[in-house]
Design a protein around this ligand. Structure first.
Ligand SMILES: NC(=O)c1ccc[n+]([C@@H]2O[C@H](COP(=O)([O-])OP(=O)(O)OC[C@H]3O[C@@H](n4cnc5c(N)ncnc54)[C@H](O)[C@@H]3O)[C@@H](O)[C@H]2O)c1
Length: 292
């Protein structure tokens, strides 16, 4: 029996993990008026998150895109903590955005099952781990789902809400509505599938782009040009893979392949070879393109 809370009872949000995603998800919640705690095991991670969010808010105010009062209110609504016990004790909704490792997430969800109020919904921002993998550990699987934001979370409108077999309707409804209240456009995925919607669509395009390049049919540059000039994509698939990070692309392919075993999901050899050479895309100065 799920006792997932309704949207009207949500006032306090806990975001676990202060990394790339967690800090921006937390700021999104604070800007929407929610009292929000960011919890991380790393003091340095929390300090870096605070600095980035304060700098981001100041720059939005300077550009006239955010009022000073709204910025101050959002920054004031944020708390930073290394103490999961106290941070979870009054959370109405938890969004876990910690390191992408099942052992870490399982431990966190096990603790949340004990520490968070009985009505709290426990969501994971994981891109590759379906929430069914951690749901049982909480003792309240009906109140567990994926709530998948996109990077950068302060900007990107899409949130994929993914239910597992026993996620309750109340959990889905509240999570979808919360996403709307955070200014997002949520979409619902009715059963777990690797890659959800967006990464599957992107994966299909990347696969075809890699096939065309690998078989010498067209150059990386010309494939990217076509995606931009014929399809209206803001950037081509190779430029996008360089931006995401080729190590991340390879990791996602490996995780998907391990789960599906389908030939079309097999990691691409060219991507793996670039990763082995230390060419990870923009962040390393080279990938499919040179950035030096
Ligand atoms: N980076 C992306 O583009 C992206 C996009 C969508 C979803 N995601 C998902 O978001 C999650 C986080 O990704 P990220 O890129 O922000 O990672 P990240 O490496 O930037 O940050 C992870 C944070 O989790 C913290 N952490 C590790 N163990 C913890 C624990 N036990 N308790 C609390 N905090 C802990 C780390 O200290 C770190 O600050 C992953 O599940 C990932 O799949 C990432």
């Amino acid at each position: 029996m799920s006792t997932a809370t309704g949207i009207e009872n949500i006032s306090t949000i806990l975001v676990i993990g202060a990394g790339t995603m967690g800090r921006q998800i937390a700021m999104t919640a604070a800007l929407a008026g929610y009292s929000t705690t960011i919890q991380d095991i790393s003091e340095e991670g929390l300090a870096a998150a605070r600095t980035e969010l304060e700098t981001w808010a100041a720059s939005r105010v300077a550009k006239g895109k955010l009022g000073q009062d709204a910025a101050t209110a959002a920054l004031d609504a944020l708390a930073y903590s290394t103490d999961l016990d106290s941070a979870a004790s009054n959370a109405d909704f938890v969004i876990e955005a910690a390191t992408e490792r099942l052992d870490i997430k399982t431990q966190i969800f096990e603790k949340l099952g004990v520490l968070a109020p009985a009505h709290a919904i426990l969501a994971t921002n994981s891109s590759t781990l379906g929430s069914s993998k951690v749901a049982e550990a909480t003792g309240r699987p009906g109140q567990v789902c994926n709530m998948h934001f996109f990077n950068p979370a302060l900007v990107m409108k899409c949130v994929e809400v993914v239910r597992h077999e026993t996620t309750s309707d109340a959990t889905v409804d509240t999570t979808m509505e919360l996403a709307r209240r955070l200014g997002k456009e949520p979409v619902l995925i009715n059963r777990e599938i690797p890659g959800f919607i967006a990464n599957r669509l992107m994966g299909a395009i990347q696969r075809e782009a890699l096939f065309l390049a690998d078989s010498g049919i067209a150059s990386v540059q010309d494939i990217d040009t076509t995606a931009r000039t014929a399809l209206g994509h803001p950037m081509g698939p190779f430029a996008l893979m360089d931006m995401v990070g080729l190590d991340v692309i390879d990791f996602i392919a490996q995780a998907t392949y391990a789960e599906t075993g389908a030939a079309e999901d097999a990691p691409n050899e060219r991507v793996a070879a670039l990763v082995a050479e230390g060419k990870l895309g923009r962040k390393s100065g080279a990938g499919f393109y040179d950035y030096k």
